[in-house]
Design a binder for this molecule. Sequence first.
Ligand code: MV4
Length: 451
Amino acid sequence: MFSKILIANRGEIALRIIRTCRELGIATVAVHTTVDQDAMHARLADETVCIGPPRGPGNRESYLNDAAIISAALVTGAEAIHPGYGFLSENAEFAEHVAEQGITFIGPSAEHIRIMGDKRRAKETMLALGVPCVPGSGESLDSLDNAMALAGELGYPVFIKASAGGGGRGMKLANSEAEFESAFLSGQQEALAAFGNPEVYLEKYLDNGRHIEIQVFGDGKGNAVHFGERDCSLQRRQQKLLEEAPSPVLSDTVRETICTLSARTAAQLGYAGAGTIEFLYQDNSMYFIEMNTRLQVEHPVTELVYGIDLVEEQLRIAAGLPLSRKQADIKAGGHAIEVRINAESVPQFLPQPGRVALYHAPGGPGVRVDSALYSGYTIPSNYDSMIGKILVSGKDRATCTARMRRALSELIIHPNRTNVPLFMRLLETDEFTSSTYNTRWLEQWVETWQD
Ligand code: MV4
């Protein structure tokens, strides 16, 4: 196992990784920008390296500055780098540069990052392995005429998706043939502008789906396990707000089928480390949409239901150790719900940076708080607005719902405005209680506030 690792991230996920390292006796190096010098992850790490201002040379944010991060690892003698999520976590070139310097990248191979980062190529790979995918174009679309003909065969509405997109970026909806040409051409232009790659592909739009993702773990030697599913259907503008496990809409049969298929697929790929295979679940069928080659924000939901430390699992695999459990030993228990606390006003959803005068976290039975906040901390305006996650676990969904209400009522982040009021209302809705929503519902529900 490693004796020192560098965490190439900030905020709650950097703290999360430091915590597991501390428990395992692994020394930690934090990198931070000038605005994060008083951040909790920098305070708790054994060593810290400042990697510059919030916007580094060439306007690349310094948590994206791979040279500075790799230099920090070399200078401090870190044996491995954990990228967390976001930033460089799915950057194949970074993974290669790290390995070229003799440092272990805690994550999958650069090749798997590259394949799954190209959403069309990911689908092609999954189709070849027998994973059901959303109906659409296999090959990339080169001509408008071919694309329009295929859209006609699929039936409208269709999604035009950027191959280099993902996580909801680079998706254009065409509801009819009349809308197709402008959606197709602007999709290509926006993909080129945003990702440097204009390639797009086509999919039938599934307008009543649930977002179900499977947590898989491979050892890179042909073995893989799954840790069940997470239901992430409550999203606004492609940002997940509430995630839970198990999904209230899956039958045990569907669950077993899709989880077993996902673990088998990760094994067939020779996948190493944590991975999430994303599906849309509609009309009792699962359709592959993307694979994420990183640890996800919502991983603690799985940790609570399975009693596993997924960061420890990542460190083990990266250090060449076997998976800590065989599939037969992996058992789910109870229910867990996570809400993402954002420093933003509701219902305007405007960022709310600023100093936190008083921070008080909830506690008590079945409550977990993953946050880097503290009283006196100043939420910077330079980064993502997520300032923490509140999780609850309990014997069933009703217990967790009541527990989440209680936990949120204890949370104090004064005087900052956050999205907590959204959750207090959401947990009271019939749709949430009966779990009858699809991926589009939350965004529409919030808009009723604004009327
Ligand atoms: C879809 C879809 C419906 N039909 N694809 C793509 C990125 C992934 N994270 C979610 N994505 C979706 N792909 C087809 N063919 C629905 C989603 C989707 C979604 C789309 C728009 C707004 C919010 C969403 C939440 C979950 C899933």
